[in-house]
Design a protein. Sequence first.
Length: 427
Amino acid sequence: MFHYQPLGIAVQIKHMKILMLLLGFSLAATSIAAPPKEGYQTMVAVTAPTRLDWTFALTNRSLDPIPKDFLPDYDSTRQSFDLFMPPKRDPKKLLPVVLFISPGKEPAGWKQFETACKELGFVFIGVREAGNDCPMKKRVRIVLDVLDEVRRTLPTDPDRTYVAGFSGGGRIACSIAFALPEHFGGVLSFCAAEEFRQESWLRQRCIDRLSVAFVTGTEDFNRGEVERWRGPQLKMVGARSRVWVQDKLGHGIPDGKIIPETLRWLDEGVKPRQELAKKYPATRAKTDTEPTREDAAKTLLAEGKERLKQRETQFSGLMLLQGCMNRWLGTKSAEEAKKILLDYEAKTDKPWEADDLVEQRKFLVAEAKSLDSYASGDLPAQYLKLRPDMAKKAIELWKLIFADGPATKAGEEAKKRIPELEKLTGK
């Protein structure tokens, strides 16, 4: 059976991390500063450091102060990007945005997005010098420097800001959105995918707010990862997620109708995002500013306390308080969140423990099923040697499920899948 861990001060709900061997990638000039103009512009300058919480996208907390050796000798004003401004727009409306991350040094994606951005009125941002060979810390910082530069000068809509990317750039797009969902409405990743982070409150935030679109091709060597593993995994845990498979596409960005179709699909989630933000303001970032650490912590604390008032949202409220305490360590709100968590931990009646177990089981089953599907299906030649390790990991997950409930539906499925996967381990 699962062993429940109480809501201690430093407790994090733990979930297994799947082997990422097959996903090897690096996680990782003076430009012309000018007000945004209509049309496509290259080498637009970043004029100031980002105000966004970029260190949280790299760690499990917002670092303050940032260690001097965390990203030494970095200069935001040396960064630049390409920018497309729609020629016709309503000045009273916020602008939708596609923020595109390339696997190479130069901006990519505009050729494929041009028609859709012009028809649908999207701003397009092409990030420069943040490719796969860029160290992870610097890569994330460049992306968020660029995004915030645009936020300073344009009235962008966080509910319709979509971070996109191809291959390694798609992985970074997922990582950033899954860490900072308040700044985005969704993700559009081509030929690559990722999973949510492990913090319970943050995963639920992504489920509640983000739309996640994955695109792969029939000839893409990452098709199985996208179509059988990560796409289904996110959908099984309740995320609004969908996979597109382009016929005859290899490892590349598709042309044609898929891009406008995916953007329209992402936009279909706008109203739920807007309604969620009306109820819980902390779920959405402000359009032109970034709150102080204390203000951000205070808003998250307020939502957590509000959720504690109802039995059905108590568990999510406690997880938000834990998120406040850990992310915004050192603030007054974090200290208050810590005190409330200690008070709840001391209670005799803890009905939220049942909710915790439900969540753990949901994510565990989704992980087992999706990895099983990937490991046992067709794999490209370069990934065949990894099949035994993937099968072993899937077996570990299924054994946990079986031990937790042999007579449950998931337990019965585990009993069937374990011997089949053992055939793939090479033993």
